[in-house]
Ligand binder design. Structure first.
Ligand SMILES: *Cc1c(COP(=O)(O)O)cnc(C)c1O
Length: 461
């Protein structure tokens, strides 16, 4: 067997600097600092090449739901590689792991969703969704229903369609995005944009932005609305309780398809199998990825409603779309085993009834910190808003870079916590224990204290 990663940190960093282009990274600052080399992981912990143990408060990138080091997933991959490492499903073929996985997912999905298209990632899932939505309306004889409405600060991946559907300004600035036929409305982010309204008033108002956009664009021109049940990469933005009911009303009124991007919410994060079940959303499409394999191997998919699947089957003809690795047998076998592990450990129930409420109660204790304007969360995600003035929700000057300071203090002291601007977020593995939650919250408080000290030294507080 080839062994990698036996070299010194310096050697690895030199190789990294010379040859490895990182996703979402500024090469210049990265090269100056040198990348942290993560060499192994177990449970909720990762270790770097210097032997530091770090609690992974982000479950990798919102994906290692069952935690690291699960032997059963490794065995499933190994067995499947020997049995059938690859075959496609293009030319009227299929294989056991993919059909079993599709059945398993259909059983977990809302009752009206029973068919699954497989992809290699969340981004590919959203590329697939864009084509499915437009194909659907064409087949229905309404090809002018073409525009898809997304939201500012939504995240739907990094391919051309994914980044276009998403509302990340910094992504749109590179590469001439968004592509035509995509429109963005404001996000339901009460803390940042709610002004003097109550969260409930603001939630209704944010939802009504959808109706305004539909009327402006013309209801016969709008194909679909895409949204994450709660926004992940945008900073764990959890809509006020009034938001989703109003969105549901508007979508039904104008016959517009609903795409619930479940790439983060799916597979237990909210305490239900899907975020749509938690929020009462009625999707036509659910893009999935991340937690579906707990990140052990890349795989994504799109769960499709019966209404759409039947239309395609009856009148759609050949759907000219697919990936070499659609339904990859090894990925499917790993996903299937991941779902079996989740079910046997009752992980979704654990999030809903036990560890989710426990984390949220502990997380709320951070609200008294002088830097914290709000502590919020749901299931096993949470956020804190860093502010200069708790009463007015006023932010620090951008030049302070408080989010980045807090993230660095956190990682240096043994907790991966991510910064989205001045919002600190966590999304730990679903298997996290009570004592590990205690450790996570203690380390988050320590990071806040050290951030405060640094701001004092800078004269910013
Ligand atoms: C991560 C993410 C994606 C993109 O998934 P990739 O596997 O990175 O392509 C899409 N949608 C949401 C909501 C995500 O969080």
């Amino acid at each position: 067997m080839t062994h990698v990663g036996q070299q010194s940190t310096e050697t690895l960093q030199a190789l990294d600097n010379a040859h490895y282009l990182h996703p979402f990274s500024d090469s210049k600052t990265l090269r100056e600092k040198g990348a942290r080399m993560i060499v192994r992981a177990q449970g909720v912990y990762i270790w770097d090449s210097e032997g530091n143990r770090i609690l992974d408060g982000m479950a990798g990138l919102w994906c290692t739901n069952i935690g690291y080091g699960e032997q059963r997933l490794a065995d499933a991959a190994y067995q499947q590689m020997l049995e059938l490492p690859y075959y496609n499903s293009f030319f009227q073929c299929a294989h056991p792991p993919v059909v079993e996985l599709a059945k398993e997912i259909a059983d977990l999905a809302p009752d009206h969703m029973n068919q699954v298209f497989f992809t290699g990632s969340g981004s590919e899932s959203n590329d697939t969704v864009l084509r499915m939505v437009r194909h659907y309306w064409t087949v229905k004889g309404q090809p002018e229903k073409f525009t898809i409405i997304g939201r500012h600060n939504g995240y739907h991946g990094s391919t051309v369609a994914g980044a276009s559907l998403g509302g990340m300004k910094a992504m749109h600035q590179q590469g001439g995005l968004p592509i035509p036929g995509i429109h963005h409305i404001p996000q339901p982010y009460w803390f940042g944009e709610g002004g003097d309204l109550s969260p409930e008033e603001f939630g209704t108002q944010a939802a009504q932005e959808l109706e305004k956009a539909i009327l402006e664009l013309g209801e016969d021109k709008v194909a679909a609305f895409i949204a994450e049940p709660f926004q992940g990469a945008g900073g764990v933005v959890i809509p006020p309780s009034t938001y989703w009911p109003e969105i549901n009303r508007i979508l039904a009124k104008y016959d517009i398809l609903m795409i619930a991007d479940e790439v983060i919410c799916g597979f237990g994060r909210t305490g239900e199998w899907f975020g749509s079940q938690h929020f009462g959303i009625k999707p036509d499409f659910m893009p999935i990825a991340k937690g579906m394999t707990s990140g052990y191997i890349p795989m994504g998919g799109v769960i499709v409603s019966d209404r759409v699947a039947h239309t395609f089957e009856e009148k759609g003809g050949e759907f000219n779309h697919g990936y070499t690795y659609s339904g990859h047998p090894v990925a499917a076998a790993v996903a299937l085993e991941n779902l079996h592990v989740m079910k046997e450990k009752h992980l979704v129930q654990y999030v809903k009834e036990d560890i989710g409420p426990y984390l949220q109660t502990k997380w709320q204790t951070l609200a008294d910190h002088p830097l914290v304007g709000e502590a919020r969360g749901l299931g096993l995600v949470a956020a804190i808003e860093l502010v200069k003035d708790k009463a007015t929700r006023a932010r620090f000057d951008e030049s302070v870079g408080i989010g980045g300071i807090c993230r660095d203090k956190s990682v240096e002291n043994g907790l991966v916590m991510r910064a989205c601007g001045d919002t600190m977020i966590i999304s730990p593995p679903l298997v996290i224990s009570h004592s590990e939650v205690d450790e996570l919250v203690e380390k988050a408080r320590l990071a806040l204290d050290l951030t405060f000290e640094q701001l004092q030294a800078l004269g910013a507080v």
